[in-house]
Design a protein around this ligand. Structure first.
Ligand SMILES: Nc1ncnc2c1ncn2[C@@H]1O[C@H](COP(=O)(O)OP(=O)(O)OP(=O)(O)O)[C@@H](O)[C@H]1O
Length: 227
């Protein structure tokens, strides 16, 4: 059996089609992401990295091509079903943490689980496990404003993984951090990938971090190539 969790094939995306400013952002992108691997996505600014992450994460649809999650083709599903798959199977992390400021670190990880029907006790246990995995168990009761940038980002990873998605899509998750903190946050991400069997696609400009992932893919000219 294949370990493929996310499969993109022949993905094309055009903005402003038919207009003078038409942009052919993606021109046939193929990508297979397997369980338990972290893949770096590197791209010059404006190359279409966010567009690709949005399509992979079911936030946007391609003009053509196929997106499969767990072997199931997404483009033919009704919107409601696709949204349900996104909520269950895809976690997102951005450059800014987007944690809810009025809730503690732990509550930020508990709340998405409650919304998903998990009992509070089990949700708290999972939140604590995740926080321990990324080394911030002792900060569980603090609100985001009382955490350092690196701690905030590690909690954001835990929140993204609260409902045990199969795919994590991260857009410059260490972009706001100094090199030492960035290194620690990246280490936490890799621990989560190794421990949970998650498939992670991580956009980064940091070539040193990219080289520490399982593979590096470069998006250029609308296509992906090994880089
Ligand atoms: N909704 C849209 N309508 C029209 N053009 C768009 C739209 N979204 C993105 N673009 C254009 O498509 C191209 C790719 O954008 P995208 O945001 O995917 O790039 P990116 O690689 O993530 O860039 P950066 O690294 O600077 O964030 C850019 O030229 C952008 O201006």
């Amino acid at each position: 059996m294949s370990d493929a969790v996310l499969e993109l094939s022949g993905i094309e995306k055009v903005y402003n089609r038919g207009e003078p400013g038409e942009i052919n952002v993606l021109r046939g992108v193929d990508l297979t992401l397997n369980a338990g691997e972290a893949v770096a996505l590197v791209a010059p600014s404006g190359a279409g990295k966010s567009t690709l992450l949005h399509i992979a994460g079911l936030l946007d649809l391609p003009d053509s091509g196929a997106v499969k999650i767990g072997g199931e083709a997404m483009q033919d599903l009704p919107d409601r079903r696709r949204t349900a798959v996104r909520r269950a199977d895809v976690g997102f992390v951005y450059q800014f943490h987007h944690l809810l400021p009025e809730f503690s670190a732990e509550e930020n990880i508990v709340l998405p689980q409650l919304a998903n029907g998990v009992a509070r006790g089990a949700a708290k246990d999972r939140a604590r496990d995740l926080l321990a995995t990324v080394g911030v168990a002792d900060r569980a009761g603090h609100r985001p404003a009382a955490l350092s940038g690196g701690e905030q980002q590690r909690v954001a990873f835990c929140r993204a993984l609260a409902n045990a998605p199969r795919v994590l899509l991260a857009d410059e998750p260490t972009g706001n951090l100094d090199p030492e903190t960035s290194d620690r946050v990246f280490g936490a991400l890799m621990d989560l990938v190794r421990k949970t069997g998650l498939a992670a696609l991580v956009a980064t400009h940091n070539m040193e971090l990219a080289a520490r992932m399982d593979r590096v893919l470069r998006l250029d000219g609308g296509r992906l190539r090994a880089g």
